[in-house]
Design a protein around this ligand. Sequence first.
Ligand SMILES: NC(=O)c1ccc[n+]([C@@H]2O[C@H](COP(=O)([O-])OP(=O)(O)OC[C@H]3O[C@@H](n4cnc5c(N)ncnc54)[C@H](OP(=O)(O)O)[C@@H]3O)[C@@H](O)[C@H]2O)c1
Length: 318
Amino acid sequence: MLKNQKILLIGGTGFVGRHLARVLVEGGAHVTIPTRRYEKNRDVTMLPCVTLIEADINDPGVLEQLATGADAVINLVGVLHSDPGLPYGKQFAAAHVELPKKIVAACQATSVKRLLHMSALHAGQKAPSEYLRSKADGEAVITGSGLITTIFRPSVIFGARDAFINTFAKLLRAFPIMPLGCASARFQPVAVDDVAHAFAQALTNPAMEGQAYDLCGPKVYTLKEIVEYTGNVIGYPRRVIPLSEHMAYFQAALLSLLPNPPMSADNIRSMQIDSVCSSNCQVPSGWNPQPLEAVAPLYLLDSGDAAQFAEYRSRAGR
Ligand SMILES: NC(=O)c1ccc[n+]([C@@H]2O[C@H](COP(=O)([O-])OP(=O)(O)OC[C@H]3O[C@@H](n4cnc5c(N)ncnc54)[C@H](OP(=O)(O)O)[C@@H]3O)[C@@H](O)[C@H]2O)c1
């Protein structure tokens, strides 16, 4: 039962974290979310039974303090960009490997036994991208911890406030044509609500202890199909022009000059492996994921107050 469980939700202010926080409080849990920027994320406290705490979880002793008394810890922290390095750059190392080590140490020091961890589909030590290699080393930290762990590895996640389909929607509204790198890369997008419910299920279903799950939606699309679909939904059916690999890297180099780049060279390398689940991958029991078409129009076309304020906040960098 989730009711009255005390959950420390690390990374709970992000896209997945906000959805998961809602699912957890709907189940009756009490959720503590640390953030580096309280003011920016203050709206999370609109959810009942959520405590938002400004803290730098990398500081010594902070995670121990936060984990004390928790029934479970969930780690969602992830970054998409890093300085380059081998096998991965320092920001990937810090967020995906060193932080999990600190979280494991904090759980051990405070006798928290249950740890849920977010990885990524096809994380692997020999994967082509730094992101996926660092996620694999993070998984190894979690599985070697001696704690009762569950790991989730989703394909790309969609839902209200996602940074994937919403970014394409913005670009499609702004530009008359859409030059697109990795247009034929394949994805099996999964709904954020389904991902959030899988995490919540793991907190109440002992059969999910010690397991790792690949999470994919019901259908495979190329990136080009996703962009074209997004254009059709929002009423901007732009022409999508696939770029050669060389041009895709050039485009990523230009975009990396932006403050929040939508694409990097490392992202392109991640897309060398199709983000698609194998037919015999392990999924949570009762897994029945929602199709993109049932969910995306609801938030892409949402022009209500909440969506407008979210848009203003994002434009203001807040
Ligand atoms: N979104 C996807 O399509 C997708 C697909 C597969 C896997 N994943 C994985 O799912 C997880 C959640 O993704 P998301 O899209 O929700 O990410 P997000 O929106 O970027 O949120 C990231 C969260 O991590 C925290 N964070 C980031 N860097 C941190 C750092 N250096 N120290 C402390 N906290 C830090 C942020 O907290 P504050 O800024 O509030 O401190 C924020 O709450 C990540 O691990 C990601 O790799 C995502």
